[in-house]
Design a protein around this ligand. Sequence first.
Ligand SMILES: [Zn+2]
Length: 334
Amino acid sequence: MKETIQKKGSGKVVLACDLGGTRMKFGIVRGGGVLAETIEPARAQEGLAPQLLVIRAAWLRLLERLHLGISDCVGISVSFPSLIDATTGRVLAEYGKYADAPRLDLRAWARAEFGLPLAIENDARMALIGEWRAGAGRGVDNLVMITLGTGLGTAAVIEGRVLRGRHGQAGVLGGHLTVRYGGRKCNCGNLGCAEAEASTSFLGELGPTLPEFDASPLRRVAPLNYGLVFQSAAAGDPCALRLRDHSLLVWGALAVNLIHAYDPELLILGGGIMKSADVILPAIERYVRDCAHTPWGRVKISASKLEDRAALVGAEWLLAEQYGRGKQPRAGRE
Ligand SMILES: [Zn+2]
């Protein structure tokens, strides 16, 4: 690892973390690259406060591996699964994960524990920032992203600026755009959200609504996951085929909604479900080709390049944006 650093040159590093619902990913980031990384179980049901010691220990362990100390760090970047007020750095709401987070002042914690500034951002927006600065979206100024996973995350960059809106909601509520009028009740309160119609967290509800479910091997698995749905669909299971094809239509409709809303040149698809990209990518391309109104040409559709590192890679850029001089600087390459 030390050799890696020497090759990459000197300069300050960023302590980055991506706090997911089931796992917390940590990285030491410099020059758009992750120098060292580790993963810890999230225990999100216990709240965020009990995890702060785990988070601190993980970063210190990574720094030690790299023969670095806190004095080599320029700041902290946190990717978090909620709406975030970028001005205050406060978490605005909780969705059953890290329920105490809106009451915590993470910036104060970072100052007290490390003497470092902390920047925090919504996880899907953070993934898009990473892809935009150093992944599939490099060099593109108008792009949107969908992360297909436990929930459906989205984010947008328009004319070279990360879209946030007055309350941090702009672009990131794509999973809660209505794709079925009068459809399934979503956790957000809306009916027929894309997330409620096709995401891992709703698969357990969706499966049993199908008449083919009782005779399907999917019935024996709890919690149901898309890896198994795609695998069983490939083997010809009628229930899995229906679930797969229904989900592809929902994600296609979501893609068209985002294209109509934000006028991107590029749509990036990421998230854990994209392990089945060989099926998903062509299906979304076909749906968008048939249904999106883009008389100027075609929106390019790509799979995430950075995969589960995307939210870490954007760390330097986020810090520079929130604490650096000027507005929205270029990628944090030194
Ligand atoms: Zn919703």
